[in-house]
Design a protein around this ligand. Structure first.
Ligand code: 2AM
Ligand code: CA
Ligand code: CA
Ligand code: CA
Length: 265
């Protein structure tokens, strides 16, 4: 039997410890490298934070599997057993340029079923936590279920580069959505933007290219609160696959899919 209480206790200790190291790094010179292009950054702190979690997990839970963005975890193509999906710093560009607006995201699954999710806003010291089937919490306070909103009243989280061009939704449809909605926002940290939908700070979040570690925790949070996640075509998300992600309360999810994403201009 998996001892979820013990896992939760450890994760919370590790998050606080990681926070101290990350905040300490603000005083030091970062070692910054690029990955796929010059705007896709990784730092020594991304790698060190991932190693910190991986080493701790392997020490305390040697039979658990781990996927981490920075590649320390094993290559995983199946969801058997307990699987940790970790983004050590989600929002690296914000981490480097702003020293805020980034998070540690951890989703823990057992045989493909979501169990625990943590999205930790490191600088604000704010934790979005979900235990699937048992509740979602913002700093220990239960988060209420999501209520439906309409496009005309909605704040939509979307990176403006996707409105200029993308391979998935005609830009004319996105222009109409931006026009019809109350406002758009872009934070630049997918896990936090999903957590913002969970807490009603955003009504929807749309991303054209996310990886499992960006949404593994957020998926559990949103589903616990009665919200919806899918691809921008309305297909279910698979926890081991990268692709488009569309998150929102259930009413708005249907309105946007029907009137903006699945209708051709
Ligand atoms: P990162 O900071 O962990 O790389 C930026 O809009 C958001 O998208 C961040 O959450 C960022 O995560 C994520 N992101 C950036 N580039 C990405 C890529 N090439 N693939 C998947 N996610 C990416
Ligand atoms: Ca990255
Ligand atoms: Ca990320
Ligand atoms: Ca990252």
């Amino acid at each position: 039997m998996t001892n979820w209480e013990q896992i939760d206790t450890y994760v919370r200790i590790w998050l606080k410890e990681a926070r101290i190291n990350i905040i300490d790094s603000f005083k030091k010179t970062l070692d910054i490298e690029t990955k796929s292009d010059r705007n896709d950054l990784v730092t020594n702190i991304d790698k060190e934070t991932e190693s910190f979690f991986v080493n701790n997990i392997q020490e305390h839970f040697p039979d658990h599997h781990i996927i981490g963005e920075e590649g320390h975890g094993q290559k995983i193509d199946q969801t058997n057993g307990v699987l940790w999906i970790i983004d050590p710093i989600d929002g690296t560009v914000n981490f480097v340029h702003q020293q805020r607006n980034f998070a540690i995201s951890i989703g823990i699954y057992e045989n493909g079923k979501g169990k625990l999710g943590y999205i930790y806003d490191v600088v604000q010291d704010e934790l979005y936590f979900v235990e699937a089937g048992k509740g979602a919490y913002f700093n220990e306070v239960p988060i209420p279920k999501l209520t439906d909103t309409k496009v005309e009243d909605a704040i939509i989280g979307i990176n403006s580069s996707w409105i200029i061009s993308n391979r998935h939704i005609p830009t004319a449809n996105l222009h109409r959505l931006v026009h019809d909605s109350r406002a758009t926002r872009s934070l630049g940290a997918a896990s936090l933007e999903i957590a913002y939908v969970a807490t009603g700070r955003l009504d929807a979040y749309i991303a054209m290219r996310l990886a499992p570690w960006d949404f593994a925790a957020g998926k559990l949070l949103i589903e616990e609160l009665g919200g919806k996640l899918s691809t921008v075509k309305g297909e279910p998300l698979h926890i081991l696959e990268s692709g488009t992600v569309f998150v929102s309360n259930s009413g708005l999810h249907k309105e946007i899919l029907d009137n903006y994403f699945l209708s051709i201009e």
